[in-house]
Design a protein around this ligand. Structure first.
Ligand SMILES: [Zn+2]
Length: 313
């Protein structure tokens, strides 16, 4: 190394390394204490075995870190996770099953704290730190995409639970006699509100039968006034609102932030969610509950970085 003066402001500024592990992309960034991304990059999640996937992540980490010396590393990952042992088994990364991600990251990161959190928890924390949930007292973050996940932030800290799986909002039962859910239970929020479930529901009612369509097409049709598409969004919104209100009365919630691919549908999702939430939230301490769209496209990454900063304080 020819230049170790550290005069580059980017290198000189204190930072942590945030890492976001998902089935479609891997992202990393150096993040300052005020939530500024100093530098970052992302790659498509490679297919392949455990070491192949980690080699790509290792290269990404090296490239993003450059000559900087991050004080800690925060990793957010799709679940399931074994937080106690630092293992990850992301459903959409088949090469990683009980993969010792924390140990492997530690081996490349050096002698700094390495934290691990579930992607939904990091999403909530990121939106709380610098997105739509700023200034919220108690926040529920929800990610609506092919599934429904989420995270809770209570008094500025993620509520992770004893196994690290708190805030599985997608599996709050809102109709015990309802549709079978992938988790084995019945009438879960996810069984009505995930993108594929809303599409399937709409098709069962006669919408674009026999076509290969997705939630984006459903959203476009709903926005254009298609009654069947609107009805599917209304059913999903009703389930989401019921799950939201159940959570709100349980933890005295002030703010709900909804992101994920399906949330990009905009008003066709948010209008009915807000209307149903207003109708169902009747106890005085939840009548001011706000439900808003996410503001960040990298909330998970920022939340992972926030966790790393918290590990240092
Ligand atoms: Zn379920």
């Amino acid at each position: 190394m020819s230049d170790d003066t550290g005069d580059d402001t980017l290198v000189a500024r204190e930072s942590v390394l945030g890492i976001d592990i998902g089935g479609t992309k891997l992202a990393a960034a150096l993040v300052s204490a005020d939530g500024t991304i100093l530098t970052g990059d992302r790659i498509r999640t490679p297919a392949g075995g455990a070491d192949q996937v980690f080699a790509a992540l290792g290269e990404l980490i090296d490239r993003v870190r450059g000559d900087a010396a991050p004080l800690a590393v925060g990793v957010g990952s799709a679940g399931p996770l074994d937080l106690q042992h630092g293992l990850v088994s992301p459903v959409n990364i088949p090469g990683w099953r009980n993969f010792p991600l924390v140990d492997r990251v530690r081996a490349v990161a050096g002698a700094v704290p390495v934290t691990l959190g579930m992607d939904g928890h990091c999403f909530a924390l990121g939106e709380y730190w610098s997105g739509a949930g700023r200034d919220a007292k108690t926040l529920l973050g929800i990610v609506v995409s092919t599934g429904v996940g989420g995270g809770l932030v209570v008094d500025g800290k993620p509520l992770i639970g004893q196994s690290g799986n708190a805030a599985h909002i997608g599996h709050v039962v809102v109709d015990q006699d309802g549709e079978a859910c992938a988790c084995g239970s019945y009438g879960c929020v996810e069984a009505y509100a995930s993108g594929p479930r809303m599409v399937a529901r709409a098709q069962r009612s006669g919408w674009r039968t026999d076509e290969d369509v997705d939630a984006e097409v459903l959203a476009a049709d709903a926005a254009a006034g298609d009654e069947l598409a609107l009805a599917a969004f209304d059913d999903g919104a009703q389930a989401l609102a019921a799950g939201i209100v159940a959570t709100a009365v349980t933890v005295d919630l002030t703010t709900v932030v909804i992101g994920g691919g399906v949330a990009k549908a905009g008003p066709v999702l948010f209008d009915p969610v807000q209307a149903w939430a207003k109708r169902l939230a009747q106890l005085p301490f939840v009548t001011d509950l706000t439900v808003v769209p996410a503001q960040l496209d990298n909330a998970g990454l920022l939340g992972a970085a926030h966790q790393a900063w918290a590990a240092l304080s």
